[in-house]
Design a binder for this molecule. Structure first.
Ligand code: SAM
Length: 261
């Protein structure tokens, strides 16, 4: 079955893990996993992971990877601000003193720091408490919240929302579900900037020897989902050579959409 990886949780995730470790797991979970296209019968009849199953496991492992390797990520994160041109376009849409929500902020360097130094009030959200502890220590004026962006509901609205090199770690299903999350945190006219892949698919990289999952929707899918939530794309570049090959989206929410939502 041609199935799309997703981030399973609970029993299904434990089942996939047991299959990855060579076990057979529970038969009932096996039926569910097979129906979802995450396992298929191997030569001896025992379940084996499909490509979608392997990718689903890798997607589910992302938060734990950044928890385990926070210190290495902090050391390796490039701080030359090759992202500056995009950050400046984003800032042009966020009034001085405006509130910015940085989703998957890591330790807040260099992105959140740049925004804070430009006079914006930064709230950072990340699934790695270890990275947030570094942010809190280095930028005590910021708000740093340990949470999963996928079910975030802060009941606050921001003039800017950033999800730089973090949103692309979510499965495609989870990425689709993020647009309402962006919308419910967006003030009228809010800027939204995130990075994605250039075309629909998954890519597995490596970080500290662990499989590092990335996914992307098709560009038309991103446009449609933003449009549905009242975001209009104001700038987009696929594989921007001047920004380390990032595929970047910058959008702005219409005033009417934000006041209606
Ligand atoms: C490559 S780092 C990017 C960090 C920062 N945005 C930057 O540009 O340096 C990816 C970050 O996304 C965070 N992350 C991944 N999945 C997340 C999720 N579901 N919810 C919250 N944070 C997540 C990770 O913990 C990690 O800090």
């Amino acid at each position: 079955m041609d199935s799309e990886p997703f981030a399973p949780d609970g029993r299904l995730l434990r089942f996939l893990q047991s299959v990855a470790e060579g076990g057979a797991g529970d038969a009932v979970d096996g039926v569910g996993a097979a129906e979802a296209g995450l396992v298929r019968p191997g030569p001896d009849g025992a379940p084996v992971l499909t490509e979608a199953g392997r990718a689903s496991l890798a997607a589910a492992a992302i938060p734990a990877i950044y928890r385990r390797h926070a210190a290495v990520f902090d050391r390796l994160r490039v701080r030359t601000l090759f992202e500056r041109a995009w950050l400046e376009q984003f800032l042009a849409l966020v009034p001085p003193g405006g509130a910015v929500l940085d989703l998957g902020c890591g330790m807040g360097e260099p992105m959140a720091r740049f925004l804070a130094e430009a006079g914006r009030r930064v709230t950072g959200v990340d699934a790695s408490p270890a990275l947030l502890a570094l942010a809190r220590e280095r930028m005590p004026a910021g708000e740093w919240i340990a949470a999963d962006m996928r079910d975030l509901d802060l009941r606050l609205r921001f003039e800017g929302i950033l999800a730089w090199d973090s949103f692309f770690h979510l499965s495609r299903a989870d990425q689709r579900a993020m647009f309402p999350v962006f919308a419910r945190h967006a003030a009228p006219g809010a800027a939204l900037m995130f990075t994605s892949g250039p075309a629909a698919g998954e890519a597995i990289g490596s970080f500290e020897g662990e499989a590092l999952f990335h996914a992307s929707l098709d560009p038309t899918d991103y446009r449609e989902r933003m449009g549905k939530e009242g975001f209009e794309v104001v700038a987009h570049r696929a594989e921007d050579a001047e920004c380390g090959g990032r595929t970047v989206w910058l959008a702005r929410r219409s005033d009417q959409a934000a006041s209606a939502g």
